[in-house]
Design a binder for this molecule. Sequence first.
Ligand code: FE2
Length: 369
Amino acid sequence: MWKFTSPRIIFGRDSVEHVELFRDKKCLIVTDDVIKNLGFVDAVSKYLGSHETVTIRAEEPGIDDAMELADEMRSLQPEVIVALGGGSVIDAAKAGRILMETDIEPEEITPFTDLSEYGFEGRSTLVAIPTTSGTGSEATWAIVLKNRKERRKAIMANEKAMPEIAVVDPVFVYSMPENLVIYSGFDALAHAIEAFLSSFSNPFSDALALSSARTILDNFHRSYQGDRDSREKMHISATMAGVAFSNSQVGTVHALAHATGASLNIPHGLAVAIFLLPVLEFYREQRVERLNELSLKVGCDVLREVEKLESMFEIWKSISGSEIKRHEGEVVKKAMEDSCVVTAPFVPEEKDLEEIIERVMERCMREEY
Ligand SMILES: [Fe+2]
């Protein structure tokens, strides 16, 4: 038996006006200082009535930040939580809302946890408004936060973590910095590709994965150049790819990206960008049949397109090969423990991950010398 889940998605220009629906409710905006300084909080709060705003750490919020946020939520008792920001802000708000109502240990939040046994009732409505076009967090069950103590990413997930409403308004991404356009674009593309390749893929996730992969490949470069129409398409596709992988899974690219991101302290989207092509090449060598099906259904050689994007944006120049080498053992260990490897179309062993990392190092070092 399969089930498809998605938040209610309000999208397109001016969709932020939708929050006016909550004008009579006690609202809490969760964001960070970067977003606040861009004036985005005002763009949302003008549609709300009584509300408070809480900012969290902008750089890689962790489980500790989500717990602090839960304390603030407990004292404010909001009827509506509006998470406004990139994936980290939305993930912190998802965790905070659960921790506000329960005393569960954060890392016990798994897809198999019955949160009602911990007293979770979902007393607040969660509205997620993404300000980047990548993580898809506004539409997923997943929560990824830093476990600072153990220098790793904590991956949590539960159906009840999913926001009730996602507001996908391009107004928040027109001024995204170039690097963020590149990294978030690779992240969204990887979600679409890995959702299709996942062993949990299904007809519903496939339809969204294929459509978003096609649109992302068609619009990535123009969006980078600042074309508004392309940026809007990328924004909507990132949410579609989010719904796709939330109903399927991601795979080895994300397992390695989570591990590398935590060990080397690099942004998630960059970590995804450096592993996407090497992992796909590895799958091709393992004769993963779904890879051919992907290219056939998207209507182009997907590997070739990823290769073009990778050289266009000179991804290798953004990362140090010697740094990866220094952390190789740690990255392999963390990636093997990551739940994402389980649903990969070819479940890797340690030696496979070492081989993939070796390729990444070679490419990076070629740039360094
Ligand atoms: Fe991702």
